[in-house]
Ligand binder design. Structure first.
Ligand code: NAP
Length: 276
C-alpha cells in the first residue's frame, strides 16, 4: 500500500496501531500528529515523522483518528484541511458516530472502528462499520488496514459499535484485570512474583488458543474442566452464587451506555459549534 497515512493521536491505542501500519505501508509516509510533546518524542525515536498539527494532507492519504472522543470537537474546529478530503478517514474513537465525523470534518469516506491493544502484536479484534456512502476503494483499503493488525468483523448496523466498544475495546482490560486477580492469589499462596506472572500468563495463552481452535463454545471448555463435585466446580459455584455473569453483564452495559453518551456529547458539542 502506498498511500500516505496520518495518525492523529498516538497514545495507547494509536501507538498500538503503528507496528501494523509500518508492516503494510512500507512505501508510504507515515505522519503522527499528537498534542503531547513527550508522546511525539517517543514516536520520533522510532524514526516516524511527528507534528503537533495536521498541516497539509494529500488527497490519497488515509487519516486515522485515535484521539480521545472529548478532544474531537476541538480538533475538528482547529482544522479545515480535511474538508472535502476524498481519501479514507478511519476513526477508532469510542462513541463518536459516523455522521458526526462526516459533519464535523466535511468528509465522506468514513469508517468507525473499534480495535484493541493486542493490535501492537498483530492480534487485534477490530469491529468496524463503514459510512453508507463509502467508496468501494476506501472500504477495501479499510479492510486491508484492519487485517494488518489482526482479525476483523464488519457490521452494517452502527448501533452495534457501542457494545463492540465495551466488549472489544475494553476486553483486554477485563481479562488483564482477571489475570491480575489470579496473579495476586498465586503470590498470596506462596508463588513468587515471576512464577505467578508466568503461570497466569500461560493459563491465558493456552485457554485463548483453545478458544480459537475448533468450534467449542467457552462454556463447553469450562464444563470440560469441571469434574462434577471437583475443585473447579467448587470455584465456579462461588462465581455463580455471586452472580458473576450478572456482574460482567452490568459492567459491559455500563461501558456500552457510556460509549453512547460520549457519542451524544460529541454530537452536541459539534452542533453547538456549527450554530455559533
Ligand atoms: N485504549 C484502548 O484500548 C482503546 C481501544 C479502542 C478505542 N480506543 C479509542 O482510541 C482513542 C485514543 O485512546 P487512547 O487510550 O490511546 O488515549 P490516550 O492514551 O490518552 O492517547 C490519546 C493521545 O491523543 C493526543 N491528543 C489529544 N488531543 C489531540 C489533538 N487535538 N490532536 C492530536 N493529538 C491529540 C493525546 O495527547 P495529550 O496527552 O496532549 O492529550 C494523547 O497522546 C480514544 O478515542 C479511545 O476511545 C482506545
Amino acid at each position: 500500500m502506498s498511500n500516505d497515512i496520518v495518525l492523529v493521536g498516538a497514545g495507547c491505542m494509536g501507538a498500538a496501531l503503528l507496528p501494523g501500519l509500518f508492516k503494510g505501508f512500507q512505501k508510504s509516509r507515515i505522519l503522527v500528529v499528537d498534542s503531547s510533546s513527550s508522546q511525539r518524542k517517543k514516536i520520533a525515536a522510532m524514526g516516524v515523522d511527528v507534528s503537533s498539527s495536521i498541516g497539509d494532507v494529500s488527497g490519497g492519504a488515509t487519516i486515522v483518528l485515535a484521539l480521545p472522543p472529548d478532544r474531537f470537537a476541538e480538533f475538528a474546529s482547529s482544522t479545515s484541511v480535511l474538508s472535502g478530503h476524498p481519501g479514507l478517514v478511519i476513526s477508532v474513537m469510542a462513541g463518536v458516530r459516523i455522521a458526526t465525523i462526516e459533519h464535523a470534518l466535511q468528509v465522506c469516506n468514513v469508517v468507525r472502528a473499534i480495535p484493541n491493544t493486542p493490535a501492537e502484536i498483530f492480534k487485534s479484534m477490530t469491529v468496524f462499520c463503514a459510512a453508507a456512502s463509502i467508496s468501494f476503494f476506501c472500504l477495501e483499503l479499510a479492510e486491508r488496514v484492519f487485517s494488518l493488525i489482526g482479525e476483523t468483523v464488519r457490521v452494517e448496523n452502527e448501533e452495534l459499535m457501542d457494545p463492540a466498544t465495551a466488549i472489544c475495546g475494553g476486553g483486554p482490560a477485563y481479562l488483564s484485570y482477571f489475570a491480575e486477580c489470579m496473579r495476586c492469589f498465586a503470590v498470596d499462596h506462596g508463588f513468587n512474583d515471576a512464577q505467578s506472572a508466568f503461570i497466569v500468563g500461560q493459563v491465558f495463552r493456552g485457554t485463548g488458543s483453545l478458544l480459537s481452535v475448533g468450534d467449542r463454545r467457552p462454556m463447553q471448555l469450562c464444563r470440560e474442566v469441571m469434574t462434577p463435585g471437583g475443585t473447579t466446580a467448587r470455584a465456579v459455584d462461588v462465581l455463580e452464587r455471586n452472580n458473576f455473569k450478572g456482574v460482567v453483564g452490568d459492567a459491559l452495559l455500563k461501558a456500552t451506555t457510556h460509549s453512547q453518551s460520549l457519542g451524544y456529547r460529541v454530537e452536541e458539542a459539534e452542533n453547538g459549534r456549527s450554530y455559533r
